[in-house]
Write a protein that binds this ligand. Sequence first.
Ligand code: NDP
Ligand code: 2IT
Length: 444
Amino acid sequence: MSYVDEVIERVIKENPNEPEFHQAVREVLDSLRPIVDKNEEAYRRDALLERIVNPERQIKFRVPWVDDKGQVQVNTGYRVQYNSAIGPYKGGIRLHPSVNLGIIKFLGFEQIFKNSLTGLPIGGGKGGSDFDPKGKSDREIMAFCQSFMTELCKYIGADTDVPAGDIGTGAREIGYMYGQYKRIKGVFEGVLTGKGLTYGGSLARTQATGYGLLYIVDEMLKCHNDTLVGKTIVVSGAGNVAIYAIEKAQQLGGKVVTASDSTGWVYDPDGIDLAALKEIKEVKRQRLTEYKNYRPNSEYHDGKGVWSIKCDIALPCATQNELNLEDAKMLVNNGVSVIAEGANMPTTADATEFILNSGVYFLPGKAANSGGVATSALEMSQNSERLHWSFEEVDSKLKGIMVNVYHNIDDAAKKYGYEGNYVIGANIAGFEKVAIAMTAQGIV
Ligand code: NDP
Ligand code: 2IT
């Protein structure tokens, strides 16, 4: 049996009931075959793959808090500190009822290679809780965030582990967590990113993941003598990533016709009204059903369905496994030419394989959504030097980083004989740097 297959088998056996984690490990390790084949003896001797699939540390803790009725609620908190070979652990905190250890491990594992691709000195980590922020009052959100941080603060720090936002964790939650960290530890430091602009946050971090997604798509199109101008774009999600992907897509001349949330989706043939979407989601925290009140010509549908709309470019920006084989077939039959992942692992394994075989350009999440964490690393730099850069400065750095990520994954794919396969390119390019650092640092 090949080394890669041995390690995949072992991961499945030792981590039962964690299908998303298995999926992420399989996707990465499958892509690494060309580089593992070349270095098999040294990697086997050093158990490099066994070490890279095993988190350095995983922390699981109780999060008790009191709701508005005086009832005590208990959630579970997690932080998986996956790999610190190239920098302090870095990755978001997901607050969603579907969170469990397997979900956090899949996200943390992906984060190692994503963070490496940015070219910045950040290791991989992820955290979260099965807490559901939906329908909670501000006070309940604060109570949860304070309790979560009361435990988490023992394990993080500006030079050890720097969490940030993800699904369900935005500026409000980061603010409450930061306040509690500062109160307990007594230090004002860059321990979280995505902070508010008045207390150490970076300009353009809010926009960064969505903007970065469009910058990398734009660069890829440019390298294939094409542009975003006049393209019809389908987006899923209506959160942080989706909103700023829509904004940049519109600025670059594309027409975005859909958005979705966990209850339904909207189709607006005249192009999404971004001001309305921001008002509904960022200000009022309402459901997408409200969108029709702003745009009477739009359609609202319950459930999922954005992938049935004919488009040139598809941008999944909601959650894992939201684009399956059936969806991929619809997109390809309708003539899609680019699929780029704003979310983490939104495309199922069989859908990814089908897309790669159909000649559609496919940019995997660890490259396509890396602008968010890259800008978090820029926030860390600003915090360390106690300076604040302008929006233009951060945005232009972000753009440069995304252009570099594209060329790194494109070059790696070519170098190993898989031109145009950006899944293989991203996994190999991300892995190479981490592998060299781990080897240099000895058996730790
Ligand atoms: P938000 O919480 O801001 O938005 C998430 C969006 O996806 C919401 O519209 C939400 O709908 C929808 N959604 C969430 N879970 C589900 C589900 N199970 N089924 C259907 N819809 C769902 O999160 P972000 O925009 O920050 O994150 C979106 C994706 O991007 C995630 O995969 C995240 O890991 C990834 N990502 C985020 C980065 C960041 O900087 N924020 C960076 C890189 C990747 P509803 O409002 O109804 O819950
Ligand atoms: O998945 C991700 O890259 C994020 N949620 C952002 C992590 C970060 O540290 O900014």
